[in-house]
Design a protein around this ligand. Structure first.
Ligand code: SF4
Length: 332
């Protein structure tokens, strides 16, 4: 668990992400997002496909191509607004103090270069080590992420490794410069269950060893329970609920969070309680909604929900965007 006294590492204020639409207009993929991550903390962002969680992570790294869309708002990383720094400065932040791992390692690993060259390049770009020291550090990182025969793997190509090994290599590359923030986008989704557990354990160990904060993007509530200190639930490009992990899993408030939890098996519950899927689909981001975007799928919807999108209401440390909690203080 992260210490509540820890310093704020990342603070996102009023972030909007827009994409260009085919008709020449714009689609808002993320709306008025506010979040903070403290040093050494793991914040999980959960939601179905299309809820805006992955584009949020790409925006934080400034990886959305300019011709595809743009981001508004403040992204304060160690007090510096990443939306305002030069591309050159951003390149020195990426892979150094802030790095990212993806669901499919082959999207980051170059198939024509050996593993040693790829890890070495990251270290070379962000340090002044000699070639011999870079090689030594690369092997050390491969060992750190539990790769057996690290020296031999240095001379192999990505296609010679299993999916789990490739993911370990990607984590080694991401952690090579001991980043302060690791963004992990569905890091275990493509792996089988036993390898998944090993990778999660590895990330937790690295977090402890390096005091790295993790922004974990996932749709898997089992992974959330395993990894997160705090959880943010997104729906239709907005935060709909945020709380510490225990509160969110035990006492969810937003009907969407309740629906997500009811649709997956609870390993601690041996009753025959049936799983209840959430009916319908996430609305298309291109369609302008009035009212609460969850209205059409919500079992507790009432008339007001159809007319006005609720703001976030505060209930202690728990934030919830739902008219059922209207009598609480508004924070955003
Ligand atoms: S505001 Fe209304 S429709 Fe939206 S989640 Fe709450 S009860 Fe359901």
């Amino acid at each position: 668990m992260a210490n509540t006294e820890e310093k704020e590492l990342l603070k996102v204020e009023n972030m909007y992400i827009h994409f260009k639409a085919e008709n020449g207009g714009h689609i808002q993929a993320v709306k008025d997002l506010n979040l903070t991550i403290k040093e050494g903390e793991t914040l999980a962002v959960v939601g179905e496909s299309g809820c805006g969680k992955s584009v949020t992570s790409l925006s934080l790294m400034r990886l959305i191509p300019k011709n595809a869309g743009y981001t508004e708002g403040k992204i304060l990383f160690e007090g510096k607004d990443l939306n305002k720094v030069s591309e050159r400065e951003m390149r020195s932040i990426r892979g150094n103090t802030m790095s990212m791992i993806f669901q499919e390692p082959m999207t980051s690993l170059n198939p024509v270069h050996k593993i040693g060259k790829q890890i070495g390049e990251v270290i070379y770009l962000h340090s002044s080590l000699s070639q011999a020291e870079i090689k030594e550090k690369s092997i050390e990182m491969l060992k750190k992420v539990g790769i057996p025969r690290a020296e031999k793997i240095m001379d192999e190509y990505p296609h010679q490794l299993s999916g789990g090994m490739r993911q370990r290599v990607m984590i080694a590359m991401a952690m090579a410069c001991t980043p302060k923030l690791l963004i992990a986008d569905e890091p275990t989704t493509a792996l089988d269950v036993t390898i998944q557990a090993q990778i999660l354990e590895l990330m937790n160990e690295l977090k402890k060893d390096f005091h790295t904060a993790i922004l974990l993007i996932t749709h898997d509530l089992g992974v959330v329970a395993e990894m997160a200190d705090r959880v943010m639930v997104m729906y239709y490009g907005q935060i709909v609920e945020q709380a510490d992990v225990r509160t969110l899993l035990k006492k969810p408030k937003h009907p969407y969070t309740v629906g997500l939890l009811n649709s997956v098996p609870d390993m601690n519950d041996d009753s025959d309680k049936p799983l209840v899927p959430i009916v319908g689909n996430v609305p298309n981001l291109g369609v302008i909604q009035t009212g609460c975007p969850f209205y059409a799928r919500c079992p507790q919807a009432f008339q007001k929900c159809h007319l006005e999108n609720p703001p976030l209401f505060e209930r202690g440390e728990q934030w919830v965007r739902c008219w059922l909690y209207e009598n609480q203080e508004v924070i955003a």
